[in-house]
Write a protein that binds this ligand. Structure first.
Ligand SMILES: Nc1ncnc2c1ncn2[C@@H]1O[C@H](COP(=O)(O)OP(=O)(O)O)[C@@H](O)[C@H]1O
Ligand SMILES: [Mg+2]
Length: 430
């Protein structure tokens, strides 16, 4: 089978790497891919834009592509799946309507309320004065969210009325484009965040291993929000009983509510949850695709052939698919970024040492890299996801940090405390 992957991040490199472990996967095409996917055997990059649906469909048709896996949310929200399914291609990723679960926080909130999915109390506003009045009636802390896709920058956890007001004003002044024309204001939850990535064919839904990521740029989970500076799996805070509760009270009701809206959702339903101090899962948000970097931590532990699992979702045969199998042990991914990220950062810096970093237990996923004239150069803020497996978290994390030591580019930055919640020995000494 030939598989086409849409996207160019660490998540897409991890998907390609895992798919290629199946001998049945004859070739992967990444649109547009990155320096990591360019170097994989049996994988090639195709330089099309992710919104060139026609070009992607034509290529898939002519080259007999058996499965298309869509990585990022933007093409999903634009309707790539609708377009490709109309050409009778097998697509893993929801339709435009299904992608609203991520592309409109107000829509997702309404779905959660209908389905009685536990989540923060919230109200939606299209008017600035009413939004500000609501903040005064509820008090702080309170959470202000631009409704639409805002590349991870649309949410403010406001500790003061003034910061809530300025977040509301930023939304209505168009700082997030049309994403901010509606604002969701919600109760501030406390607890531990976890990511549950579940695969579904629209009828059956099955969770992958629970993961946790580190969203902040600085050690001790401080500083600005980022796309994610590291991740690990399986998150021990998600006990089997909690996973069952998530299955019954979050995942199943979400799929049922999508079905009742006539949405045939085939892809990943990612539930970002807060596990409250009482141990209850509450949904912070849903995403309509694989998480990045959680996917980099989860896939190295997967034993089930990935192409079979994704194809079962795309062709709606997940119910009869065997139980998903996992390796024992743990996995950790340390993101290596360019200094300055998530603000301004330099690009086109030469990267060395990846070959020395990789072992049987370590794989370096490329996030923002490019292969140019046989040289690997940086091409983004998050550059690499150095991922290791081990029998324990301590071992996986030690291996990942040891591998980071062999890699070099000018001004590389990474957090030294990835996995601090799950380590039993002191944080990495390097
Ligand atoms: N109700 C809430 N209570 C506490 N923190 C929240 C709440 N909603 C969001 N957050 C924090 O803000 C982050 C971003 O919010 P989220 O809804 O996931 O939006 P996005 O990922 O689209 O930026 C979350 O990961 C969480 O840390
Ligand atoms: Mg989020």
């Amino acid at each position: 089978m030939r598989v086409l992957i849409v996207g160019n991040g660490g998540r897409e490199h991890a998907l390609a790497w895992k798919l290629l472990q199946s001998p049945q996967v004859q070739q992967i095409i990444c649109v547009p891919g990155n320096g990591g996917t360019a170097a994989l055997e049996r994988c090639r990059n195709l330089p099309l834009n992710v919104d060139d649906f026609e070009g992607i469909a034509r290529f898939a048709f002519v080259n007999n592509v058996g499965l298309i896996v869509v990585g990022p949310e933007v093409p999903l929200a634009m309707g790539i799946t609708d377009y490709l399914q109309a050409k009778e291609l097998n697509v893993f990723g929801p339709t435009r309507e299904g992608a609203q679960i991520e592309s409109s926080k107000a829509w997702a909130k309404a779905l959660m309320e209908d389905a009685e999915i536990p989540t923060a109390k919230a109200a939606v506003f299209a008017d600035e004065a009413a939004a500000k009045a609501y903040v005064r009636s509820e008090g702080v802390p309170i959470v202000i969210k631009a409704d639409g896709l805002a590349a991870g920058k649309g949410v403010t956890v406001a500790e003061t009325v003034e910061s809530a007001d300025s977040a509301i004003a930023a939304c209505f002044q168009g700082q997030f484009g049309s994403a901010g024309s509606q604002v969701v204001i919600e109760e501030c939850l406390s607890g531990q965040e976890v990511s549950i990535l579940a695969v579904t064919d629209g009828l059956t839904i099955r969770p992958l291993l629970p993961a946790q990521d580190h969203k902040r740029i600085g050690e001790g989970d401080t500083g600005e929000n980022t796309g994610g500076m590291g991740a690990y799996a399986p998150a021990p805070v998600v006990t089997p009983q909690l996973m069952e509760q998530i299955q019954n009270h979050v995942l199943e009701p979400a799929i049922a509510a999508l079905r009742s809206r006539n949405i045939d959702y085939r892809g990943v339903l990612y539930a970002g949850l807060m596990v409250t101090p009482a141990g209850e899962p509450k949904v912070i948000e849903f995403n309509c695709r694989f998480g990045d970097p959680e996917t980099q931590a989860i896939l190295p532990l997967l034993d089930t052939p990935l192409e079979k699992l994704l194809l079962a979702c795309a062709t709606q045969t997940l119910e009869s698919f065997p139980a998903i199998e996992w390796k024992a042990g743990a996995s950790a991914c340390v993101v290596v970024a360019a200094e300055g990220y998530p603000g301004n950062y330099p690009k086109k810096l030469e990267i060395t040492g990846i070959d020395q970093a990789e072992t049987d237990e370590v794989v370096v996923f490329h996030a923002g890299t490019q292969l140019r004239n046989q040289k690997l150069i940086t091409d983004g803020g998050r550059v690499l996801g150095v991922t290791a497996i081990g029998e324990t978290f301590d071992q996986a994390i030690e291996r990942a940090y040891a591998a980071v030591q062999s890699i070099h580019f000018e001004s590389m930055y990474y957090r030294r405390d990835i996995g601090h919640r799950v380590r039993t020995v002191g944080s990495s000494s390097n």
